[in-house]
Design a protein around this ligand. Structure first.
Ligand code: PAP
Length: 313
């Protein structure tokens, strides 16, 4: 196995093939943290900007697809023209040194309302986003399925971070890291609560759960369209958006079966963003001991904060 690139020098034992760095209580991949810093000096928010915010592997691609489809309903199925992450750019990644985008000028020229995605915790959003009261849609997923999805995605993240995969990572090793809070944009529990708490008394934050969306996607698409001020969508429009965004449809489009997200010197196959898209896959991977630990380090903290997520439908 080749040695992963590590800016600190030497072989990295990290599940990501590179050591994450901590900044203001959250863990970042170093190049992306550079993007965060550039974003602070170069990004100017507008009051009508919309942000799709999420932790890693919690349903971002799905919500972005829904938001992009709602906002361009008159143009037909926009998902055929690009992966959801191309239609709605990832804010901080657009400013990092791997990005092919001239983010400052591209974002300045974008017509309003602009749509962005970000994995940043609430506390790390550009200050204007919160002071202007920009609309924020946050998607959370139960921590057990999030963990499994993240673990399965590690080879893709290793490729993005190091130019090549360093191979599969033991579930136990990554579980330990995840529960200790040392995961990409983690600690997961802090990330979720950073949005959950303000969402309880701020009408500019729409807080969604992956499981509730799975249980009743039509209801949630309507809720998202109302939140975005797109109240004129008909029932037929909502049904159409639902069918074009639900797992089966985008995952079989050419842009996602053979398309790639392009970065300097590295590409990510869009098909990696679609695995199972189910609630409850954790049951195939969790031991009773893993359940116990997840309850202690994440689930109890959610409940203390009044947040309840489903583990099966
Ligand atoms: P990201 O953090 O890389 O952006 P994100 O889109 O948040 O990933 O989450 C990926 C998960 O959403 C995957 O879950 P899985 O590994 O358990 O399968 C992916 O399959 C799932 N997903 C992607 N698109 C959809 C969709 N349209 N409907 C439901 N789930 C989806």
């Amino acid at each position: 196995m080749s040695t992963p690139f590590n800016p600190c020098g030497g072989r990295s034992e990290s599940p990501y093939g590179i050591e994450l760095v901590e900044h203001d209580g959250f863990f970042y991949e170093p190049v992306i943290l550079g993007g965060v810093m550039n974003m602070y000096t170069q990004f100017t928010a507008r009051e009508d900007d919309v942000f799709v915010c999420s932790g890693v592997k919690t349903g971002t691609t799905w919500v972005k697809a829904i938001v992009a489809s709602i906002m361009s309903k008159s143009k037909g199925n926009v998902l055929k023209g690009g992966n959801a992450h191309e239609l709605i750019p990832h804010l901080e990644v657009s400013y990092d040194s791997r990005s092919l985008l001239n983010a400052s000028s591209v974002f300045q020229e974008m017509p309003s309302p602009r749509l962005f995605g970000t994995h940043l915790p609430y506390s790390a959003l550009p200050p204007q986003v919160t002071s202007l009261g920009c609309r924020i849609i946050y998607i959370v997923r139960n921590p057990r399925d999030t963990f499994v999805s993240h673990w399965k995605f590690l080879p893709a993240l290793q490729t993005l971070f190091n130019g090549e995969t360093t191979g599969p990572v033991s579930k136990e090793v990554f579980f330990d890291s995840f529960c200790n809070g040392v995961s990409f944009y983690g600690p997961f529990v802090d990330h979720v609560l950073s949005y959950w708490k303000p969402s309880r008394n701020q009408s500019n934050i729409l807080f969604l759960t992956y499981e509730d969306m799975k249980a009743d996607s039509l209801y949630h698409i309507k809720k998202i369209s109302d939140f975005l001020g797109q109240c004129s969508l008909t029932e037929e429009d909502i049904r159409c958006i639902d069918s074009q965004c639900s797992f089966q449809s985008p995952s079989t489009l050419d842009v996602n079966t053979s398309g790639k997200l392009n970065f300097k010197n590295v590409q990510l196959n869009n098909r990696e963003l679609f695995r199972k898209g189910e609630v409850g896959d954790w049951k195939n991977h969790f031991t009773p001991e893993m359940n116990r630990r997840m309850v202690l380090v994440v689930e109890n903290k959610f409940q203390e904060a009044g947040l309840f997520v489903k583990y099966e439908l």
